[in-house]
Design a protein around this ligand. Sequence first.
Ligand SMILES: Nc1ncnc2c1ncn2[C@@H]1O[C@H](COP(=O)(O)OP(=O)(O)OP(=O)(O)O)[C@@H](O)[C@H]1O
Ligand SMILES: [Mg+2]
Length: 333
Amino acid sequence: MTTHSEPRPAPLLAVEDLRVHFPVRGGWLGAQRGIVKAVDGFSLTISAGETVALVGESGCGKSTAGNAILGLAEPSGGRIVYEGIDLAGAAPRRRAELRRQMQVIFQDPVSALNPKLTIGQSVAEPLVVAGVPANERRRRVDELLDLVGLKASQKDRYPNELSGGQRQRVVIARALALSPKLLVCDEPVSALDVSIRSQILNLLMRLQQEFGLAYLFISHDLSVVRHIADRVVVMYLGVIVEEGEAETVFSSPAHPYTEALLAAIPLPDPKEQRRRKAIVLEGELPSPLDPPAGCRFVTRCPIREAGCAAVRPSLVPTPQGSRAACLVRFPAQ
Ligand SMILES: Nc1ncnc2c1ncn2[C@@H]1O[C@H](COP(=O)(O)OP(=O)(O)OP(=O)(O)O)[C@@H](O)[C@H]1O
Ligand SMILES: [Mg+2]
């Protein structure tokens, strides 16, 4: 983690007004029935060595945003700028080079690894694609396995011979093979046993310190990001409702949705738990096929007012020091 007193350098990645819309077809002759606005005006920056946590309920568009950054989902609008270069406008070769500096760790290490390849072969795969000679590849695979806490002697094993935590270590080793600068970690510990989650989180933090890696850490579970995030971005139905330094967002949430998310995390101290305001979200996340026209949170918001359904709030600075999009609390827009 970076310390908060350091001046923030120019961003490694800048996402500007990203939109990812999916046409929904069905019915007679597959006519278009609507548009799922999975990501609908999403802006974010990540600096070198920084951990930005992207949080929100299931279906709010976190993975779609991450996938668009990685080039795995087609943006419908907006810009993805890496080291000052707009990826959409870059020559294909340059774009591929830059994309190589961004790697991904998905939730499920079982489906991320080919069961027919040994651990060594899986970790070597990106090096083969990049044309690294065989002898150097062998040395690098041993080095990568050591970095993630696996033994070089395990490289002839197959994924089904390893535990879940070991498999995720292999996935991390493979993601590091080409020395990336940014890792998109999409729920990297959600599929793992609770007992080994902290081991994998500690490994990610150690690797970050050693290599100055930046992380976009996607999670629906705020308790997971609490100890690792420098900044937190809270997403609701395709848009950002709050963002700020992790300490600020966790200690004084500004948006009612952030408050509700935080209220769902159990506190270790039962007395503190009883003192905390009970904020329970009503109902489910509405469909992104037909999102509310004004504030997207209006249908479930405990402090909504008449104007909220009509006007879409923008992110504005809050007295807490974060930025939040709420017309009732921060009406100066
Ligand atoms: N290819 C697609 N076509 C149509 N709709 C899609 C597609 N991919 C995602 N969606 C929809 O976009 C919305 C956002 O999905 P996304 O997977 O990004 O959410 P998420 O925040 O990552 O959720 P989770 O926490 O469950 O992983 C959902 O309503 C989903 O159904
Ligand atoms: Mg997801």
